[in-house]
Design a protein around this ligand. Structure first.
Ligand code: ZN
Ligand code: ZN
Ligand code: FE
Length: 760
């Protein structure tokens, strides 16, 4: 028998063809494997039984760094008779493009790195087909050394030999290099290079200093995570009073010494993507308290570049090097990560900067992931994941087909954008908060780079409905330059669609968006919405109780403002000591005169208000602090307070009554942690009630959960439990963030089904 097999996905530059050749030998298959640019094509000839095993092995045993999206197997009638199995070079065919994300250093390379007899002993840039930088060093497609930042480093003879040898681990590995031909690490504004540079950084870190380290996608600031004073110094220099810092641990054992780690969490932590994972602190955790103040979790990650490993383990005279280092992007929150030496010198306050001469062409922040019910819940999707596409092909949703080439620009905060074509949606790496001018430039340049890399020329541009978003302006500009239509997608519909896209779902859902703020169809602020929707339409059928949001943009940071807005009696604001009296007076005056006030159903602000009246957090120093601390407090409670709130027939969730109840119990001396938990439980209960009513009315059995509030693992698991109890099927986010970082995906999906206006 003869099969023609096409494998789509990340199958280039990850050792896929040598792998196919090996399993062909194992199952006595003759034929060939060729790289077609957008897919890998295999001709396989053998017995039916062996062919079956062979095809199964392709998916089951695929190289860890590959990502197969689809395999097409066709039996060919005319039997070509092959007499061996060959890897053949072939011409690139037009088609969908898969750009590999950056890949953490693999086990084999890590072993060679510390092997005295290896010619890459202690080489800070060791890599192979299974590991190393990809997206961040890529100039253009197809992925060849000539089109990467490695073009500045011609391969030496030995590396060239490995590069062209199909039996080598470095066959066709574009960034391959060694101590003779690779890039150099150096200390900025000093003479130390290579090993001397690494030793210097180790010495400074071990002594409690702060180092800036150039990694894969940008610079990190690092210090000893167990040294309170060092962490404090880092906080002061970064003007970040309390935002939790991520911690890079030397190895798994070091993680386990400080945090609770499930098997699933371990497999993600140690995966080729090496994301930051939020792990529960152990009771005897020795990480400095100021790394993540008042938060019961630590953002943990493992070393993912050879340089990281060398910094932890370099064989020098320093014996007590820290097993855990704070690793935080060197910039103020929301501002894109620094990638070049000049900016590093300008922006990073530290004792030493270790850089290198391999250029970073595209930024990539570390990805951040929480776990809900022991499955991932992405918070920031970037390095290691972007720009892997989401494959959307649902027969219930496919009209028209295929997808219009689209640019969806995403939201204003935590911006990512998405390019889409055929049935693939490619969310970009994390860009940042577009309110900052520096971010605007980076967003624009990243868009054009990704358009080039993925060879997508958008025929439509999508943006948020909000009239004052910077992203909407940029989108309008791009649409005009490309002479294509601009479409505006309602924020919370885009959230729900992003969940639909991630789950490859077609048909109608009860779409829930519990979120911060977004611009509603009626010009008010939305954010606690329940829709009936699909990929073409949406209808708002329910929401949390309306309140007046006063204080404009300030209310997102200053939780006390939301609390005051929800209080019926202002005298209580004084009793609760929500803020200084003069602030309070101004706020109340604004509300009475209806100045800077807008009607709102933002669930995020509801969390803020509860957090403030419970005295947990009245002013946030970073986005989401107020809600995060409310959740942490709730998780310490073991009480189950009962409540009996009911959703009315208009499907308005009586969150105003819930708020008042919490307030009065608090004033009567109720325990703060118990009330924080009570809030989460009751909110989930109300949401589940509403979904049940809608389901009974409409027969829709599927609920899609999205929006930033579902980053809250307590709210999400309570909601899941209550919806499942009512027999409803739930779609939730796993590898796409529920927050605005995932918005672009929903916008792109919406754009697919829009009837485009005719161009004049
Ligand atoms: Zn490797
Ligand atoms: Zn070399
Ligand atoms: Fe949002």
């Amino acid at each position: 028998m003869l099969f023609n097999i096409k494998v789509f996905g990340i199958v280039q530059g990850v050792g896929f063809r040598p792998f196919i050749s090996r399993i062909a030998d194992a199952f006595f298959i003759f034929g060939s494997v060729a790289n077609k640019g957008s897919y890998v094509e295999i001709f396989a000839q053998g017995t039916a039984e062996n062919l079956e095993k062979f095809v199964r092995a392709i998916t089951e045993k695929a190289p860890p760094r590959s990502a197969i999206l689809k395999i097409d197997v066709t039996e060919l009638a005319a039997a070509k008779s092959f007499t061996d199995f060959k890897i053949i070079e072939s011409e690139r065919e037009a088609g969908d493009i898969f750009v590999s994300p950056d890949i953490a250093i693999c086990e084999n390379c890590a072993r060679e790195l510390f092997d005295k007899n290896n010619r890459r002993y202690l080489h800070p840039f060791i890599n192979c087909t299974a590991c190393g930088p990809r997206l961040t060093i890529l100039e253009n497609m197809p992925y060849d050394r000539e089109r990467t930042s490695m073009k500045d480093f011609p391969m030496c003879e030995s590396c060239t030999a490995e590069y062209f040898n199909p039996a080598s681990r470095r066959f066709d590995a574009q960034p391959v290099c060694c101590n003779n031909c690779g890039p150099t690490v150096y200390i900025l504004n000093s003479h130390e290079k290579n090993h001397a540079a690494i030793k210097k950084v180790r010495k400074i870190l071990a002594a409690g200093g702060i180092a800036a380290i150039k990694g894969i996608g940008g610079f990190h600031l690092a210090c000893d995570a167990k040294n309170f004073a060092a962490v404090q110094k880092l906080r002061e220099s970064k003007i970040r009073p309390s935002k939790p810092f991520a911690v890079m641990f030397k190895d798994i054992a070091a993680v386990k010494a400080e945090c609770i780690l499930t098997d699933n969490q371990k497999s993600f932590l140690d995966s080729p993507q090496k994301p930051i994972i939020l792990l529960q602190k152990k009771f005897n955790c020795t990480i400095a308290e100021n790394v993540a103040p008042a938060i019961n979790k630590i953002g943990a990650m493992l070393p993912y570049t050879p340089l990281h490993l060398l910094i932890f383990n370099f064989p020098d005279e320093i014996k007590n090097f820290p097993a855990a280092l704070v690793m935080t992007s060197g910039n103020p929150s929301g501002v894109p990560i620094t990638i070049d030496d000049e900016d590093a010198l300008k922006n990073l306050e530290c004792d030493v900067i270790i850089s290198n001469d391999r250029k970073i062409l595209l930024r990539a922040d570390d990805s951040v992931m929480d776990f809900i019910e022991d499955t991932p819940s992405m918070i920031r999707r970037s390095r290691g994941y972007a720009p892997l596409p989401i494959f959307y092909e649902n027969p219930l949703a496919l009209s028209p087909y295929p997808l219009t080439p689209t640019l969806a620009i995403g939201g204003e905060l935590k911006n990512t954008f998405c390019l889409a074509k055929n049935n693939l949606l490619y969310p970009s790496p994390y860009i940042g908060d577009v309110g900052d001018l520096r971010t605007v430039e980076i967003l624009k340049s990243s868009i054009s780079r990704m358009m080039d890399l993925l060879e997508i020329a958008p025929k439509v541009v999508a943006c948020d409905l909000h009239p004052r978003y910077q992203t909407s302006k940029i989108a309008a500009e791009i649409a005009e330059n490309l002479n294509v239509p601009l479409i505006k997608i309602q924020h919370h519909w885009a959230h729900v669609l992003s969940c639909i896209a991630e789950n490859n779902f077609g048909g109608e859902v009860i779409g829930v968006a519990f979120d911060g703020t977004g611009y509603g169809d009626d010009g008010t602020i939305w954010g606690g919405e329940i829709f009936i929707c699909d990929t073409k339409n949406y209808r708002r059928v329910g929401h949390i109780a309306k309140f007046v949001q006063a204080g404009g943009d300030k209310s997102a940071r200053e939780s006390w403002r939301s609390a005051v807005a929800m209080l019926k009696e202002f005298s209580l604001a004084k009793t609760l000591n929500l803020t200084e009296e003069k602030n309070l007076a101004t706020q109340i005056l604004m509300m009475e005169k209806n100045l800077n006030c807008v009607e709102s159903t933002s669930c995020g602000r509801l969390f803020d208000a509860v957090s403030a009246v419970l005295g947990i957090c009245k002013i946030s120093s970073y986005e989401g602090e107020s809600a995060m601390k409310l959740q942490c407090m709730a998780e310490t409670s073991t009480e189950n307070l009962s409540g009996n709130f009911e959703v009315d027939k208009n499907l308005i969730l009586p969150t105003d009554k819930l708020f008042t109840e919490i307030l009065s119990r608090r004033l009567n001396g109720g325990n703060v942690a118990d009330l924080a938990k009570f809030f989460h439980v009751q909110l989930a209960e109300l949401l589940a009630q509403a979904c049940e009513i809608i389901s009974l009315q409409t027969k829709i059995k599927t609920v899609a959960l999205s929006g930033g509030c579902f980053q809250n693992s307590l709210l999400t698991s309570l909601t899941l439990e209550k919806l499942k109890l009512r027999g409803l099927k739930v779609l939730r986010h796993k590898l796409i963030p529920p927050n605005d970082g995932g918005l672009c995906l929903g916008q792109a999906l919406a754009a697919k089904f829009v009837n485009l206006p005719k161009l004049t």
